[in-house]
Design a binder for this molecule. Structure first.
Ligand SMILES: Cc1ncc(COP(=O)(O)O)c(C=O)c1O
Length: 391
């Protein structure tokens, strides 16, 4: 099946596009390389399923069909060799909503929750909004990011951490955690009785030869201490449909179900389930091609920057479509650099500081765009670099 990754659809009512056009930049010139969604046309198989549902399905109150749950079970088995049961899947309208819910169900005010920084901003924000305490294990950075296990154990010994929010693969640094790393992590979390919430929303956007291993798939013991959050929304760009799943077993599942009895959560939108089922059932070929595009864009960017702007360090992309870039060598303040890139060169990236970067200047570049736009972005970056050098 062919997919057209050379064209994007016109986008309206999108914050990232609005932020760009507000600055007078016309959408036909360049795209905003910011928020993690994209503008390619939706897969035909998802469109067809939605059309059919609109034609044929009553839109009354509906629970998930066996085929909906089976599509998730089979997808997880095919892609991650992890066996889950239909009844261990809970519905959720989004991964951030699930993070918020897990914090509420399993921790109380002032409890400590661990994150590995730099990390997707809502991890920290959701902890803070719930009046819990965010404990940061800073990832070790030396060309690539890694976990400092000594430092982690030190934190676990000196704090009373109840929960960890794991980002796997890790947004924004693009790491896909290896089996060895996940095993070491889980050993420590079991030892210190820390509940694992593993956000695996980017779990299928993996650059070969890396492989996404689901934390909960490591062993029965780990599964019992892990809540996994998955969704088709990043891979297939369905975020506006608000669909995700919580994979959870045993007593943890019972606690969530009991908590929900006191809330008004009424399950998913009928069409969200339809889109999810179609994507998970028929989307494997798309995933291959989409990941090939991201890899191509990453390599293009890496080669270009290494040749033309070697001061910028391109972090290897193992997973996600989000490229992490180190601009520290220029010695320019991040806010100033952001303003110059946006105002003079119409280049819109996410700033590193929002992910909790403590040292250095970083930007995140969304690579899920036609290669032509990545090239245009690179030319603009070079234009900035030349203007900087000639000052
Ligand atoms: C790691 C991670 N988790 C969650 C989300 C958002 O998920 P949702 O839209 O389902 O809340 C994102 C979006 O970029 C993300 O990168």
């Amino acid at each position: 099946m062919g997919f057209d990754f050379t064209k994007i659809l016109k986008r309206e009512h999108s914050h990232k596009w609005a932020a760009m056009t507000k600055k007078g930049v016309q959408p036909d010139q360049i795209v905003p390389f910011t928020v993690a969604d994209y503008d390619f046309e939706m897969l035909d198989v998802i469109k067809d399923a939605l059309h059919k549902a609109v034609e044929e399905m009553p839109m009354g109150y509906t629970y998930g069909s066996p085929s909906y749950y089976d599509s998730i079970v089979n997808f997880i088995k095919r892609h991650h060799d992890y066996d889950i049961k239909r009844h261990d899947i809970l519905e959720s309208t989004g991964v951030v909503a699930s993070i918020d819910e897990m914090i509420k169900v399993f921790t109380k005010e002032n409890d400590e929750i661990l994150v590995f920084t730099p990390v997707y901003t809502p991890f920290m924000k959701t902890i803070e909004k719930n009046d819990r305490v965010c404990i940061e294990a800073v990832l070790h950075y030396d060309k690539q990011y890694s976990i400092d296990f000594n430092e982690l154990e030190n934190l676990l010994q000196t704090h009373s951490i109840k929960m960890v929010l794991l980002c796997s693969p890790h947004n924004p640094v693009g790491r896909v955690w290896t089996k060895d790393e996940l095993t070491q992590l889980s050993t420590l979390f079991l030892k210190y009785d820390v509940l694992i919430v593993s956000d695996e929303i980017h779990g299928q956007i993996i650059m070969k030869p890396h492989k996404q291993i689901m934390m909960a798939s490591l062993s029965k013991e780990i599964e019992e201490k892990t809540i996994t959050l998955i969704s088709p929304t990043k891979t297939f760009n369905l975020a506006g449909l608000h669909v995700s799943s919580i994979l959870v077993t045993g007593d943890l599942k019972r606690q969530i179900i009991n908590y929900r009895k006191k809330t008004s959560f009424g399950g998913l939108n009928v069409l969200a389930r339809v889109a999810c089922e179609a994507a998970f059932t028929h989307g494997d070929d798309y995933i291959e091609k989409f990941n090939a595009l991201i890899k191509e864009n990453h390599l293009l960017l890496k080669n270009f920057i290494e040749q033309n702007i070697p001061e910028i360090k391109v972090i290897d992309l193992e997973g996600t479509y989000l490229q992490w870039l180190d601009f520290s060598e220029f010695g320019l303040p991040e806010d100033e650099l952001k303003d110059i890139l946006e105002d003079k060169h119409s280049l819109f990236f996410n700033q590193g500081k929002v992910y909790g970067v403590k040292e250095g200047v970083f930007f995140r570049w969304n690579l899920a765009y036609p290669t032509s736009y990545i090239k245009e972005g690179l030319l603009r970056l070079q234009e900035w670099n030349v203007s900087r050098e000639t000052k």
